[in-house]
Design a protein around this ligand. Sequence first.
Ligand code: MLC
Ligand code: AMP
Length: 494
Amino acid sequence: MAGDLHSRFAASFARYAERTLVEAAGRAWSYAEIEVLSARLASRLGELGVVPGERVLVQTDKSVETLLLYFAVVRTGAIYLPLNVDYTEAELEYFASDATPVLAVCREGDEPLFERIGKGRVAVRTLAALFANLPEAQAPPAPRQPQDIAAILYTSGTTGKPKGAMLTQRNLVANGETLIELWRFTSEDRLIHALPIFHVHGLFVAVHCVLLSGASMVFLEKFESGAVIELMARSTVLMGVPTFYIRLLADLRFTRKAAANMRLFVSGSAPLSADIHRAFEARCGHRVLERYGMTETGMLTSNPYDGERRAGYVGPPLPDVELRIAEFETGVVLAQGEVGIVEVRGPNIFAGYWQMPEKTAAEFRPDGFFITGDMGFIDTDGSVQLVGREKDLIISGGLNVYPAEVEALLDDRADVAEAAVIGVPHPDFGEAVVAVVQPAGRFDADMVREEMRRDLAAFKVPKRIIVLDELPRNTMGKIQKKLLREQYANLFEA
Ligand code: MLC
Ligand code: AMP
């Protein structure tokens, strides 16, 4: 089988031509229709200078048109660069200047913003403008090699600016093919697609599993438990973050009967608590299949389809992934059962960070293993348990927030002497962002949150700001975050 994404997509477009690929807002699109529309859209992209290797930056709402744009970009051989719709101008400016796209596709009304941050060097279009009078001609697919970059997805870091993870054609094909086999996807499947399509989870894991297996999916603009439960009667698979499962359990309409037609519930992007895992099975009779992945790596481990899906475990590594546990500082590989940093190697591991060779080198061992920053151990049965993170990262509702970024914004303010940003348990989001602030003079927490909203995506803005006269420090003067986490552990008690 060819090693590039478009060839794999094309094989499915041909084989499942008359079948439905996607349904949204009461309309269905067949594989053949999607192929033709994306090929015509690729012609339009060609008119705008989109050629192999160039970046196309995309900040649009979830829709079939956005999906078509992804397929069209893949067809042109250009690099797809999707962005969270929640990002603010300050955040977008960085992505645009770092990635230097030839084209930015944005929402209606955002054209002036993108013109501004593109500094006149970027073509700016809305989806409506791209699709207006679509050329009849279907652009020929650009030949691509397995090592060519197909997408760049930005991830933040403990220090410094966000890094663009470069995912190759081979990365995406390999992971997709592994997953359809492991999770037994067939053309009889129908996936409830309620995730955003600007992350690895909703875009690559969900869409590729469907497309490579000839299955179909229903696009929901966002997760809403009622709509998801209603769709279960004529669907077979749901993929979600733990918050989806927490919200389903909170909805009394979610019953064994409601889930009777479903064959698989997959959870990932954040830890699914063992309690939720058990409560879910008790409610509907299905054991959630938890898997573990990262933007840089795609999926790494998965609980088995057959066999025990262990609560609190993310399962053994995927068949083509090598996974080991090492000592963080030295890289010395640890014995089975010992807790250390998770390191991985395989065809799904990214090609590095866009224009950051030093940062890339720092995150790989000399023998090619990528250092994930997650802490865990391997159990006697080969299953991995994650026990924490070496990186100072909060995962809220499946979205990553790096405290350093939020702290920097607070520390810059005249009314803040110093701030510590921590993650605390939250009944809905798993973890919630909380800021503990030592003010400098008059301080109005509500106003500060409102002002932060201008520079930060909503999910990064602290759900609560706690004011202390003095932040707890150790003898070296370093803020004791661990102490703060313990102190505020019950802040959002359900
Ligand atoms: C929204 N808000 C969040 C939030 N999502 N706050 C914290 N954490 C989140 N995840 C904000 C909203 O903007 C709003 O702010 C307020 O919180 C209440 O929002 P809501 O209506 O409850 O949120 P909702 O729109 O229902 O979204 C919640 C969610 C969504 C969990 C459904 O965040 C989601 O779909 N998350 C999935 C993210 C994902 O796909 N992750 C995969 C990354 S890939 P305000 O200010 O307006 O009140 C990856 C690799 C891997 O990690 O392994 O998969
Ligand atoms: P991202 O940068 O958004 O790709 O987030 C990747 C991080 O999400 C990983 O490094 C893990 O810390 C976390 N993650 C993903 N899946 C799981 C899971 N099943 N359990 C615990 N953490 C997870």
